[in-house]
Design a protein around this ligand. Structure first.
Ligand code: SF4
Length: 716
């Protein structure tokens, strides 16, 4: 039976019992990569991009260790969901795809999928396929092996929780089934050390557990029974939708805090960790509320031991004596009550449509300010570290709106694979802690209707002051018309900027059109303005400029928010040589057509993009991650010369996509420029990179000539 390698990173620290039992039940010889050493850290460069968190880079390094040891297969499961109703971090979902695309021969990566989200069992087929590749053809034997694997996993959890063992300690005695002889102090003030085991027990945390055990007994998240940890989350809105591992981490932290099991709490996160940026404020607030000294430690491959030890010593030396007085609990919102004006954060021109729909229901709203330095400052100063840029800017806009007469905020919700679904409730908690008094209306998708229609209807009824459903649907119809007219106009401008003889004509026409659409109060007017605009564009004098076609893809908010991406589309459109024809199909109308209206053409295009992505990424990783890979994969055959990939710093789905785009770009000979936006991004630097990218496209066009016009996918 072949040898199968398990990289000592990420899933290993949560599911080693499961993986080991499954593979050995099939008769495979399991080879574990050696613990992380300085040598392993050097193999992190096997990861094609620098953006992923240290956990993902360690996974690449440990896979490299196994390949260098000539292990024929590596086992990297895609962990989509380990529990009904919630997902794992997008990087756990995308891990095997990132690894496969980095391997010369992707087939050596065995990548079964675990997806318990809907409570179905079809994911088991992927394990049958893996077993088949290992020479096991009996389906019954595979299902039996899976049963043994889950049993081993449960035994591990029982062992760790019954004997308060760390994951490595419990793994060590899995074969014996007996707890190890107790090591380290059992008396003295206990310290809660909460974080992902793949960070805590890896060399990158510089033996933190041993250092803290020098002060007293240590309690870690895996020592707390999962059901007890989950029970602590009840006060948090939709906590059952929290990422699987984060639910255990947050629940365990609240459990040890509320039961006084620890005298201090250390939360250990990895640099750029997305889910951690969501849970850290809950842990910090509860520790403060209960007066327990709290330390947030962020580690990565560059963390220096001296600095870490100094911080721990400072924390351990001062905390007990200066224990702060317990603070009041979070201010919780009172019952719904009347409001005067509504405000909503922006995403491109979507707020024009939202204000129109509200006005059509007789609800006054305040225009949202673009994302300037003041807005970023208002958001940044109260946002968790490593939270993504859209959160920071939309929070800043909310503060500005609340300080300019708004007393009701409208924000999207909807828990999925990425952090967006947590924005609204985190922002509400932060704003209430700042003392703002307001109504928060969170709009989540009404689908599936059976479970979610009620909440959706109630939110719309409240924000429209109880208008009839007919009025609400009519208002949405009106807003939709404005939105789709603006999105079509932007596509026409992408085309016209590339060919207009008098530069800037498209921008002038669009500004005038946008102002008129914003003032329009009827659908008929919007239709007329739309037709007039199309006629005006087609009447503009043009020249044959042989433009290069540049596709823009990435995270929808930074793609659409021109005040954050430095008006990238205009920057490209006004470029002198080469002229640029921008292709951007991500837009609010397309999102609405796919997710709410399920329009035939929009669904067909979605399927086409998913098919194109399949050889590189076979599953949704949240946000627009899969779409980004698919839009890149179908770009060359659609006459696209290059792709600009826009993503906010730390965006999890796009970090997975960026990693995979390296392979897509190489395979399909498609130049890709990834622009990572933060609140510190400078326009000059960004423009210089865009310039260099366009020079490359121009050079390629000079060498290869014009693309076959039949390949050009017209989007106007
Ligand atoms: S982003 Fe955070 S949760 Fe996700 S893999 Fe990295 S460290 Fe783990």
């Amino acid at each position: 039976m072949p040898r199968v390698g398990i990289p000592r990173a990420m899933a290993y620290y949560y599911l080693y019992p499961f993986m080991h039992a499954f593979l050995t039940a099939l008769g495979a010889e399991v080879v574990l990569s050696p613990p992380t050493t300085k040598g392993t850290l050097q193999k992190m460069d096997f990861c094609p991009t620098d953006e992923p968190c240290v956990a993902v880079k360690l996974l690449f390094a440990h896979v490299r260790e196994l390949l260098d040891a000539r292990v024929p297969y590596v086992f990297v499961p895609s962990l989509v969901s380990l529990e009904r109703g919630n997902f794992c971090c997008p990087k756990f979902i995308g891990a095997p795809y990132m690894i496969r695309n980095a391997l010369a021969n992707g087939t050596t990566c065995l990548a079964p999928v675990i997806d318990l989200y809907h409570g179905r069992h079809d994911w088991q087929e992927s394990f049958v396929e893996v077993a088949y590749r290992l020479g096991v053809t009996s389906r019954a034997r595979v299902l039996q092996a899976l049963k043994r694997a889950w049993a081993a996993q449960e035994a591990y959890v029982d062992l760790a929780t019954a004997h308060r063992l760390t994951a490595p300690e419990a793994f060590a005695c899995l074969t014996t089934g007996r707890p190890p002889a107790r090591r380290g102090p059992t008396e003295g003030p206990a310290i809660g050390v909460i974080g992902h085991p793949y960070v805590l027990y890896d060399a990158v945390s510089l033996d933190l557990i041993r250092i803290l055990k020098g002060y007293g007994p240590v309690i870690t998240a895996e020592m707390i029974p999962p059901e007890a940890a989950r029970a602590e989350l009840q006060g948090i809105l939709e906590s059952e939708r929290l990422w699987n591992f984060e639910a255990q981490i947050l629940g365990a932290a609240l459990y040890v805090l509320r039961r006084g099991l620890v005298e201090r709490l250390v939360l250990v996160g990895s640099f750029e960790c997305g889910p951690e940026s969501v849970i850290e404020s809950y842990v910090e607030q509860e520790a403060a509320r209960l007066g327990v000294p709290f330390l947030l430690l962020t580690v990565d491959e560059h963390t220096a031991e001296a600095g870490l030890v100094t911080r721990v010593e400072a924390f351990m030396d001062v905390a007990p004596a200066e224990r702060p007085a317990p603070q009041a609990a979070y201010p919780v919102p009172g019952p719904r009550r009347a409001f005067t004006r509504v405000g909503t954060p922006s995403m491109g021109y979507l707020e024009v449509a939202l204000r129109a729909a509200l006005a059509d229901c007789g609800v006054e709203s305040v225009k949202t300010p673009p994302a300037g330095q003041e807005i970023i400052r208002l958001g940044k100063e109260v946002s968790p570290e490593f939270i993504c840029l859209p959160f920071i800017v939309t929070l800043g806009q909310m503060r500005w709106l609340l300080e300019h007469g708004v007393d009701c905020l409208l924000m999207v919700g909807g828990k999925g694979r990425c952090r967006l679904g947590w924005y609204a409730q985190m922002q509400e908690a932060i704003l209430r802690r700042l003392g703002y008094d307001f109504q928060m209306v969170i709009i989540d998708s009404p689908l599936p209707l059976k479970q979610k229609w009620g909440a959706f209807r109630d939110a719309l009824k409240f924000v429209t002051r109880d208008k009839s459903l007919y009025r609400i649907v009519r208002a949405i119809y009106f807003g939709y018309h404005k939105m789709s007219a603006i999105d079509e106009a932007e596509r026409l401008c992408h085309w016209l900027r590339a060919f207009e003889r008098e530069r800037g004509t498209a921008d002038r026409l669009f500004r005038r059109f946008l102002a008129r659409v914003d003032r329009a109060s009827e659908v008929e007017t919007v239709r007329r303005l739309r037709d007039d605009f199309r006629r005006a564009v087609l009447a503009v004098e043009r020249e044959d400029t042989d433009p290069v076609r540049v596709r823009i893809a990435g995270e929808i908010w930074v793609v659409l928010e021109s005040s954050i991406n430095f008006e990238l589309e205009r920057m490209l459109g006004r470029h002198p040589d080469p002229r640029v024809w921008v292709d951007r199909e991500i837009c609010a109308t397309r999102w609405f057509d796919q997710h709410i209206l399920h329009l035939k053409s929009a669904m067909e295009r979605k399927r086409e993009i998913v098919r194109a992505a399949a050889p590189y990424l076979g599953t949704e990783v949240g946000g627009h991650g899969l779409t980004t890979v698919g839009l890149a994969a179908c770009a060359p055959r659609e006459g696209i010369d290059g792709l600009i990939h826009l993503m906010p710093f730390t965006c999890m789905p796009e970090i997975v996509a960026q990693n995979i785009l390296v392979r897509v770009s190489r395979d399909l000979d498609l130049p890709v420029l990834t622009l990572i936006l933060t609140d510190q991004t400078g326009e000059a630097g960004l423009e210089t990179r865009v310039e260099a990218f366009l020079d490359l496209l121009k050079e390629r066009r000079r060498e290869r000539g014009r693309p076959d016009p039949r390949r050009v996918r017209l989007t106007i």
